[in-house]
Design a protein around this ligand. Structure first.
Ligand code: ADP
Ligand code: MG
Length: 697
């Protein structure tokens, strides 16, 4: 095996390759364009495209594609060959600047939430030059944004890039107020930790629920679950460790640095943490990571489940979105500094996050809403559906002191004014003890833990960037006109803490007491996707997005439609799969087993040896009545599914799917799971939970 440094980034057209392959002036021009976020000049694009093509062909590529992130949440590609036939019968390999800058995939096959009705059906993709091109499956992939011809965003990346620009602009205003004249660019950074399950492929193939829905729709609890906590950080099974090494290598080639990989709490569950990078690149990389996980698992006879809740009764999977803000000079703006002035600046950024999270709890909740994630959030599992923030005891003490303007507890007995005092250093040890918070300050970043394992991180980061930028812009407006900067700053931070401290909660987020207290504090508790989604188009949120040019109202409403439809479609597929499994497999299995039992009873009677058939008869009675119940429930579900089709309004339809269909699905499952406990394993049509969870050695 070659060394990591040889492998790392070997399939990426990164700065190193650009420098090596592009004429000096082209490289300089491209770099300028990237740094300033301008569009690329055609003549430069031609030179870059040609160099990219030569490089890609040397690496074995034969095709190219614009690689983009439509609203489906997965990535899309449309491959085209480099091959170009000539009149004389020969071919040349060609890739033009035009093809690099812009592509024209057929937009009509992607969800647009009604945008297509009002605007041109065709869409185009445009190169996001800040994210490097790479090779995957012998194809040169060019990371792009996807828009309609009217300029409306049809993807998840365009709003993300817009939000990054916004945050850059507003954060720079704040930095200038603190006398920073050097910083040219402020970016948000993200390191998403990814949880997933690995199960044996042969078992997976026997379960249509896993194949169609990515999660088990049936399954009785195994005798052993996660209660022993023996899996967490336990030693890796050989097959898993082989998979991880293989995955690492594939990711390294793509320039993705996977740092730690370990077992999670649940059996068969694992986690991968990459080293953080600029948000749009982190988003691209996370999409690629998920794709590679699936692909590499296949090579090892495994299946990677990225669903938020593959198994009932076992912890689900999430994504921890570690988020921070940093300057082009490498300064992390969410890290308390050494000097009083640095700390004043830190506290102002912190105040912006506190105010933003409080005022836009709903948007953070919406950004992680999906049918899959409903099984985690608001379902007695980590984290709860209530958005709150953890800052830790040390920082809380500082905030309290600022609020009251009184002497801070363990520090100097003088009046606390920010900008005068040095904050204590926050080590991860003292700040990250709380593992239950949905939004935790971890010393120099925030960890947003509500994101579902299969979701794109584009949405939550678009929200985070936007809400924090909005607060920064309000702060800048106030401070720029202030006569006495320091007292204005002090007052601003103090007022923000007073007005928004209700969002801070340092206790146990899983407790029932917190649910009650949060309600008293007036915090939202949006338990399901259908409850959360309508908040996306609340007046205050439309105003936030349109004012800051992240979404037009039309774009926002179209996204709302798409999310509602996606929710209903997901539940519909799950319900249909359940109906299919019950009718084709489970009921027939129950009948067969009953037949076997009846035969046994009859044979015993024929022998008339006077032995008891009490056990068989008891089982027959139970199974027969449960099977009857199952039959009724499945018919009921089928009727409800027909009724669901009648809804014309997507919101009421989604509510019906949640309240009626989903509820019937749970009832149906309960009966089937009870039957699984009674029917002989030989007759049960599916591998059970124990086999699925403990199959990989
Ligand atoms: P650990 O959880 O193992 O102690 P860290 O706290 O360093 O490790 O990081 C956890 C995750 O947070 C990693 O994916 C890491 O890349 C990411 N991370 C660390 N610093 C930042 C930052 N400034 N911005 C965004 N993500 C970060
Ligand atoms: Mg984590």
């Amino acid at each position: 095996m070659s060394s990591v440094s040889e492998i790392f980034g070997s399939l990426v057209f990164n700065e190193h390759v650009m420098k090596e392959r592009l004429p000096a002036e082209t490289y300089a021009a491209l770099k300028r364009t990237i740094e300033e976020g301008r569009s690329l000049d055609r003549s430069i694009a031609n030179v870059v495209a040609n160099a990219m093509k030569d490089w890609a062909i040397e690496k074995g590529a034969t095709h190219f594609t614009h690689w983009f992130q439509p609203m489906t949440g997965v990535t899309a590609e449309k491959h085209e060959g480099f091959l170009y036939p000539q009149k004389d019968g020969s071919v040349i390999m060609r890739f033009s600047g035009k093809e690099l800058i812009r592509g024209e995939p057929d937009a009509s096959s992607f969800p647009s939430g009604g945008l297509r009705a009002t605007f041109e059906a065709r869409g185009y993709t445009a190169w996001d030059a800040t994210s490097f091109a790479f090779i995957k499956d012998r194809t040169l992939c060019i990371p792009t944004a996807f828009c309609s011809y009217g300029g409306e965003a049809l993807d998840k990346k365009t709003p993300l890039l817009r939000s990054m620009e916004l945050l850059n602009k507003q954060a720079l205003r704040i930095l200038r107020l603190f006398g920073d004249t050097q910083t040219i660019r402020v970016n948000t950074t993200v390191g998403p930790e990814q949880e997933y399950f690995l199960i044996d492929k042969k078992l997976y193939e026997k379960r249509r629920d896993l194949i169609y829905c990515g999660r088990t729709l049936f399954g009785a609890r195994p005798p052993k679950g996660q209660e022993l906590d023996d899996h967490y950080f336990g030693s890796l099974k050989d097959r898993v460790s082989d998979f991880m090494h293989d995955l690492d290598e594939e990711l390294w080639k793509l320039g993705i640095f996977a740092k730690t990989e370990h077992n999670e709490v649940a059996p068969a569950q694992h986690e991968l943490a990459p080293i953080f990078t600029t948000t749009n690149i982190a988003t691209d990389h996370n999409q690629l990571t998920m794709e590679m996980m699936r692909k590499v698992a296949g090579r090892h006879g495994l299946v990677c489940l990225l669903h938020e809740k593959p198994f009932a009764g076992v912890n689900g999977s999430g994504k921890h979105n570690n988020w921070s803000i940093s300057t082009d000079r490498g300064v992390n703006l969410l890290e308390p500094g050494d000097s009083p002035s640095e700390n004043a600046q830190f506290l102002l950024f912190l105040a912006a996050v506190i105010k933003g999270v409080d005022e836009y709890q709903d948007l953070l909740r919406v950004s992680v809403a999906s049918a899959g994630n409903d099984h985690r959030l608001g379902a007695n599992e980590a984290p709860p559906a209530i958005v709150s923030m953890f800052v830790g005891d040390d920082l809380m003490e500082v905030l309290n002191a600022i609020e009251t303007g009184s002497p801070s507890g363990h520090k100097d007995k003088v009046e606390m004014r920010i900008g005068v005092h040095t904050l204590p250093r926050f080590t991860r040890d003292t700040t990250d003890r709380n593992r239950t918070s949905p939004f935790a300050f971890t010393g120099n970043k925030f960890e947003f833990r509500m994101v579902g394992s299969s979701q794109s991180i584009a949405d939550c980061n678009t929200m985070l960037n936007t809400i924090v930028a909005e607060e920064l812009s309000q702060f800048a407006d106030q401070l720029e006109g202030a006569e006495d900067f320091e007292s204005a700053l002090n007052e601003l931070v103090r007022k923000t803490i007073i007005d928004h401290k209700r969002i801070i909660f340092n206790g146990n987020n899983y407790s029932d007491e917190w649910v009650a207290e949060a309600q008293e504090r007036g915090l939202l508790n949006l338990k399901s996707t259908v409850e959360a989604l309508p908040y996306l188009v609340k007046e205050k949120n439309i105003e936030l997005f349109t004012k800051n040019k992240i979404f037009t109202e039309t774009e926002l409403r179209s996204r709302y439609e798409i999310m509602l439809e996606e929710y209903s479609k997901t539940i519909n597929i799950e319900a249909l799969t359940m109906v299919d499994m019950v009718k084709k497999d489970i009921i027939p299995a129950c009948l067969k087993y009953q037949e076997f039992l009846v035969d046994t009873v009859l044979k015993k009677r024929q022998l008339s040896i006077g032995v008891s058939s009490a056990a068989e008869e008891d089982l027959i009675g139970k199974i027969s009545s449960l099977t009857g119940c199952l039959y009724n429930k499945v018919s009921q579900l089928e009727n409800s599914l027909l009724a669901a089709k009648e809804y014309e309004d997507s919101k009421s339809q989604a509510v019906f799917y949640r309240e009626t269909i989903f509820a019937s699905m749970q009832e149906l499952r309960a009966v089937a799971d009870e039957l699984e406990g009674l029917v002989s394993k030989e007759y049960w049509p599916y591998p059970n939970y124990g086999e699925l969870l403990f199959s990989v050695q």
